[in-house]
Design a binder for this molecule. Structure first.
Ligand code: 13P
Ligand code: SF4
Length: 354
């Protein structure tokens, strides 16, 4: 029988299942999820907050409304016997896909021939990449702690390879005052065969050439136009935006940073926000009586948007009625061979954050 597709019926069924499952399930949701999904979550947050919460969760089932790498990190941090579900298994991160683990390993081997290069991988990377980074003595970072973790990584070896986001890497280097002459953007074509080894061996910061397609849509012209249209406004952007956009903004930070920035604004202020549109629209609605919130540009993460209430309902049905083939399996597991090094990599970040 086909499920009822009426949004009100789906929402009611999700709430019924949540009541029925009680403490057996905890639902997590990233800030970029649509309101129709976020209204059902127990814990919402940015990547760092959600990763930190996983270890405290006691329920045997964790449903992660977000994208694949987030559920993988949750699966790494989950207790033995706990299951992690990603309601829509095709929800991925375009940026994470720009760093295939075998490429990362080859490049790191080349970089480490003559000195010690420590990988610092943005949490937006596959668990296989985290495993490779862990093996090379590296750690994970998120947009909320990139500055602290880059400082840490610089203290562990001769140089740092930041991946996969060249923008977050560059913006963080700006905060730390690393001269541009000490940074090198890698060429990874042909599995690293075209790398400029002189430049690689002389740089303090190596940057993987990945980026987020959603934040790459923001440009300086848009910042200037929004400022002209909204005299006196302030502009806050996510640090996955280009360094030129960050330089033109008043502030840059993670999704939680942006939320706090808006919370701290005074009645009547105008804030222009450069990040994924679901979060911007939620803030627009939340502050409609006190602030004017303007998107820098409407930019949607189509992968974040793949998780619909129906997917969440199906995931919960599969927990309430295990083994019934009517419910697609959406359990995320991690290869145990990869898991040990990947967990080491993630734990290094969590330890630094204590
Ligand atoms: P946060 O680390 O701010 O949650 O961002 C994650 C992300 O995917 C941004 O595009
Ligand atoms: Fe990945 Fe960008 Fe989507 Fe964030 S917004 S999940 S970085 S593709």
């Amino acid at each position: 029988m086909l499920p009822n597709l009426d949004p009100a019926v789906i929402a009611a069924r999700i709430e019924e299942l949540r009541r029925q499952l009680g403490s057996r399930v905890t639902i997590l949701g990233h800030h970029y999820q649509d309101d129709s999904v976020i209204k059902h979550v127990d814990i919402r947050g940015d990547s760092l907050e959600l990763a930190r919460k996983v270890e405290d969760i006691e329920s045997e089932n964790i449903v992660f409304c977000g994208v694949y790498f987030m559920a993988e990190s949750a699966a790494l941090l989950a207790r033995p016997g706990q299951k992690v579900y990603l309601p829509e298994m095709s929800a991925n991160c375009v940026m994470a896909q720009m760093a295939p683990a075998d490429y990362v390993e080859t490049v790191l081997e080349k970089c480490n021939r003559h000195r010690k290069v420590i990988p610092l991988t943005y949490v937006n990377s596959s668990v296989a990449v985290k495993g490779v980074a862990g093996k090379f003595g590296g750690a994970v970072c998120t947009s909320a702690n990139a500055e602290k973790m880059m400082r840490w990584a610089l203290g562990q070896g001769d140089a740092v390879l930041f991946l996969p986001d060249k923008n977050l890497g560059w913006n963080t280097a700006d905060l730390l005052g690393i001269p541009e002459s000490e940074r090198h953007l890698l060429t990874i074509r042909k599995n690293g065969a075209e790398m400029d080894m002189d430049a690689v061996n002389n740089a303090r910061l190596l940057l993987w050439p990945g980026c987020c397609a959603i934040h790459a849509r923001f440009n300086v012209r848009q910042v200037e136009s929004r400022r002209k249209e909204n005299p006196g406004c302030r502009v806050v952007v996510h640090p996955e935006s280009s360094p030129a956009v960050v330089a033109k903004a008043d502030a840059a930070g993670s999704t939680s940073y942006i939320i706090k920035y808006v919370e701290a604004a005074k009645k009547g202020d105008t804030i222009v926000i450069g990040t994924e549109i679901n979060l911007v629209e939620r803030l627009m609605e939340q502050y409609k009586d006190t602030l004017k919130i303007v998107p820098l540009l409407e930019s949607e993460c189509s992968h974040m948007d793949r998780t619909k209430p129906l997917n969440l309902q199906m995931a919960l049905e599969s927990i309430a009625d295990p083994g019934n083939p009517a419910w697609p399996s959406c359990i995320v597991t991690v290869d145990p061979v990869v898991a040990a090094n990947a967990k080491l990599c993630l734990d290094r970040m969590l330890k630094e954050m204590q």
